[in-house]
Write a protein that binds this ligand. Sequence first.
Ligand SMILES: Cc1ncc(COP(=O)(O)O)c(C=O)c1O
Length: 390
Amino acid sequence: MGKRHPQTDAIRLQQRTNEKEHSAPLFLTSSFVYDSAEDMAAAFADDSLDVNIYSRFSNPTVDEFIAKVAALEGAADGIATGTGMAAVFSTFMTFLSKGDHILSASAVFGSTHTILTKYLPKWGFESSYFDMNKPETIEALIQPNTKLLYVETPSNPGLDIIDLEYVGAICKKHNILFVVDNCFATPAVQQPIKFGADLVLHSATKFMDGQGRVLGGVVVGRKDLIHDLYLFVRNTGPSLSPFNAWVLSKSLETLFIRMDKHAENALQLAKKLESNSKISWVKYPYLPTHPQHAIAKKQMSNGGAVVTFELKGGIESGRKFLNALQMLSMTNNLGDSRTIASHPASTTHSKLSVAEKKAVGITDGLVRVSVGLEHIDDIIADIEQALEKC
Ligand SMILES: Cc1ncc(COP(=O)(O)O)c(C=O)c1O
């Protein structure tokens, strides 16, 4: 047989015990036993040995989840964490030393922005931002101490997109670690390693789970880099629970068909909203009007599940819109089978200054819709009736 397709790996990569179970088992255990004192001593003596010791270090269910994500992203290895933020923070702490500089896109998730600006400076790490819409400015912002370049594409919630191949080449030229948060696209839609990323990380809480049940994070990349991350996670403890890993691994079996359907619904919604008189613009990577549409077509196999639009009436309209929704969920999560609407300016990002909001692409009337798997006519009907009321 030739090389298997990622769709098949997402379903078939699994271990089987002597019980011959069909569906993957859950190893809900904190530690593992040894046949002899010598085996136990050997396990502790060499941390490169492939042996389970304690579930903070490794666990077969967690390993199955990691193996699937690594296969889907085209990575050699990976490490799982308890949340997406633990994946981001562990990556920074593992690869940065005092005095190092991170160059990051300004349009990054709010908590990533907080880590960069509030916590990292406490330990002597520097960071600065570049504008995702001006990739030509990146090279001039690289400093002699720049160690890591960080992007999210598409970004949350602005849906900005950057050319991964272009940034990958710059990082290679300057010997900088290129880290991509691939949470919005998922490996079913975009594989940043193909375009030069060294490490790819995820909030598995989102589309990987896909039903809004558990938190999780994962980082994949080259074996040597992952080994360093493994030692950090093993010793500091932001590890993924086996139960959550089991839920996430089962969910990956349906990732590809879910992402196809999410994207089909999202494109239909985006097209429909373009002609609505209550809206000034609609943004979706696979709409030709998206400023980076050509790049989206080059590096993403579909436009993903998130659509944003701008209500003409600003903040007040945003509140009215959310209150008028009858079926869509009002929650800050995304990547669920249920369609979710949020209004960042009056909720998640209300504490940001005007300049900070501008930097991450948040305007007063911005609505973010994480398009779910319900019948598209029902999603459109609920959004249209809520728009009528604002
Ligand atoms: C793009 C992105 N990265 C990281 C995170 C953080 O993930 P978690 O909530 O699993 O810690 C999120 C959460 O919304 C996100 O949207």
